[in-house]
Design a protein around this ligand. Structure first.
Ligand SMILES: [Zn+2]
Length: 225
């Protein structure tokens, strides 16, 4: 997976950085917001947009929130822990999640902003989330954590991890890359990465919650901090 990722570095220019990162990012940048350049070291991950995995159109319009989310919330999808690490499986799984959320839950779209497959492939969930992430300064409101959807980005992981199962190395690596990039784009501190169970009564995201300290540390390192 790593070899498939385009290595791109994003240069945020001066006051433009404040615009791209939103209010939270500008505050985090502090005095340096006026510096000539702020270089991020977070790698932009490959993300397969909804059009690439054959998503259905949302049932209605996904709300777009101006500004930045203040945190990332990690989930798991409680699908089978497949040994199929292909891109096709990631796309199949993305459709499975969307069908479950739209037909099973009656939601307008896939509830997660992004999903990381066990093969390390990242798919866009809630339609519009990828374009918003690449632009920065706005995000699409997902449906993933009661009380947090208007201020948090939801990132889920293919599989079930509440019963001792472990993520694959590729999945973990892509999760770190995606979280680091999202934190950079939105000016979110690496410490502001949480698990679903921090806000709602749920076992989600299982072992990912135990590993949040490691995730925050690796995200911080991936950002070159
Ligand atoms: Zn969850």
């Amino acid at each position: 997976m790593a070899s498939d990722q385009r290595i791109r570095r994003r240069i945020l220019l001066g006051t433009g950085a404040a615009g791209l990162l939103g209010a939270a990012g500008a505050a985090a940048l502090g005095a340096s917001a006026n510096a000539d350049t702020v270089e991020t070291s977070a790698v932009e991950p490959d993300v397969d947009a909804t059009a690439e995995w054959g998503a259905r159109p949302p049932n209605g319009t996904n709300p777009v929130v101006t500004g930045s989310p203040d945190k990332l919330i990690v989930h798991h999808t409680v699908s089978a822990n497949t040994g199929d690490f292909s891109r096709e499986q990631a796309h199949f799984h993305a459709r499975w999640v969307q069908d479950l959320h739209m037909d099973g839950n009656g939601w307008r779209d896939s509830g997660y902003n992004f999903v990381v497959s066990r093969g390390g492939w990242i798919t866009e969930g809630t339609t519009g989330s990828l374009a918003a992430l690449l632009d920065g300064g706005r995000f699409v409101q997902g449906i993933h954590t009661s009380g947090q959807n208007g201020q948090a980005l939801g990132i889920s992981n293919e599989g079930a991890y509440h019963d001792g199962a472990e993520p694959t190395a590729a999945q973990w690596e892509s999760l770190v890359t995606l979280c680091a990039f999202a934190c950079e784009q939105y000016g979110i501190a690496s410490a502001e990465i949480y698990g679903h169970m921090d806000f709602n009564s749920t076992l989600c995201p299982g072992i990912f919650h135990d590993r949040l300290p490691q995730l925050r540390e690796e995200v911080e390192a991936a950002r070159g901090r």
